[in-house]
Design a protein around this ligand. Structure first.
Ligand SMILES: Nc1ncnc2c1ncn2[C@@H]1O[C@H](COP(=O)(O)OP(=O)(O)OP(=O)(O)O)[C@@H](O)[C@H]1O
Length: 357
């Protein structure tokens, strides 16, 4: 198996539409890379260039040592799973699974053997004679994945394969995808705008916005050390609190609290403090930096309450902090004292949006 490498990949449609800007990354044969980002950020265009369905305007694509930038899709030995499943409606599941191999003139016995193997793996044995129209969404998606697997490709590409499934089924198929592709030992590139899929499936995540990679890291790092405001705000649900605060001396001012700034060479007039709702907690008597506020909304999420707290400030409009708090605590519109543990605070530059180390 070989490593997939994108070098400074660009796609330009017009001077206004540049969906992919200078994307460089590598995916090793035991890696599952997810391209994660909002609609229109260039995920699918990147994937389509890897597949050969779209020509890059600039940049190179390598598979191992071979430059495949302009190779025909059929000559790339890559298998792609589409969001729309792309099954042949008039063919049975068996024929759908076998069709790619038949085109390649694979011997019949080998086709039978591979289709049997894959249908066992995906639990499709009972469905082989049915047509796609007689399958549920989840079953169709399994057939689409099966079509890619029978190919025994060098690289697997998946474009939002779970987006047509309901929430429950999505969780099940997601777990299947994780197990199945981990066993393939080939580079996998997966496209999604769903951060849960990215976090649960991937060994590496490339967060894209406006055609640019914002951060390329393992999921834990993306979550715990977001490189900039975009990643901090896009990854995590409920979203990270991001508060623009004035600075005074070596502190940022939040309501009555002075929050010690990180060790930065020059203190700017304003700074952005980020903290995830799950890291905000009720203040204890020995907490030093305590934020006082007023509860104005409580949303029951089952495992937690998402409590929105308004904090009065001297210079600006009141700020809102959201905290995930235990469900046994009931809150009305009352005063609350919150602590922001220093180790969970992220700092960002107001101008560039970059994380401050
Ligand atoms: N053939 C095309 N001609 C002109 N613009 C295009 C073309 N294909 C895509 N685009 C534009 O390129 C940008 C990126 O599109 P792309 O499909 O890669 O985004 P995406 O991140 O996959 O979005 P989604 O999640 O909505 O599929 C979008 O602004 C889109 O409108």
């Amino acid at each position: 198996m070989a490593k997939l490498e994108l070098q400074n990949l660009n796609k330009t449609y017009t001077s206004k539409i540049i969906p992919v800007k200078d994307v460089s990354l590598t995916v090793d044969d035991n890696e599952f890379l997810t391209l994660l980002g909002p609609s229109g950020c260039g995920k699918s265009t990147t994937l389509r260039m890897i597949a050969g369905l779209e020509e890059p305007t600039r940049g190179r694509i390598f598979l191992g040592d071979e430059d495949i930038t302009f190779k025909q899709p059929g000559d790339r030995n890559m298998a792609m799973v589409f969001q729309s499943y792309a099954l042949y409606p008039h063919m049975s599941v068996y024929e759908n699974l076998a069709s790619g191999l038949k085109l390649k003139k694979t011997p019949r016995t080998e086709i039978e053997q591979r289709v049997t193997e894959v249908s066992k793996l995906l639990g499709l044995e009972e469905l082989l004679q049915r047509k796609p129209g007689q399958l549920s969404g989840g079953q169709r998606q399994r057939v689409a994945v099966g079509r890619a697997l029978v190919r025994r490709a060098q690289v697997y590409l998946l474009d939002e394969p779970l987006s047509n499934l309901d929430a429950l089924l999505r969780e099940r198929v997601r777990a299947d995808i994780k197990q199945i592709f981990a066993a393939q030992k080939a580079p996998v590139v997966y496209v999604t705008h769903d951060q849960t899929e990215a976090m649960t499936l991937s060994t590496k995540v490339a967060v894209l916005n406006d055609g640019l990679i914002q951060q390329l890291d393992p999921p834990e790092r993306i979550y715990n050390q977001p490189a900039n405001l975009f990643v901090a705000g896009f990854v995590g649900s409920p979203q990270m609190n991001l508060l623009t605060l004035p600075c005074k001396g070596r502190s940022a001012i939040l309501g009555d609290a002075n929050i010690l700034l990180p060790d930065i060479p020059t203190v700017p007039p304003e700074i952005i403090l980020g903290i995830r709702p799950e890291n905000v907690r009720i203040a204890q008597p020995d907490d030093r930096q305590v934020i006082q506020g007023q509860v104005y909304l409580v949303e029951n999420l089952g495992m937690h309450n998402l409590v929105s707290v308004r904090v009065a400030t001297a210079e600006t409009e009141p700020l809102t902090i959201r905290a995930l708090l235990p469900p046994e605590q009931k809150w009305n519109n009352e005063e609350i004292r919150l602590a922001l543990p220093p180790q969970n605070i992220h700092w960002f530059d107001v101008k560039s949006g970059d994380a401050l180390k």
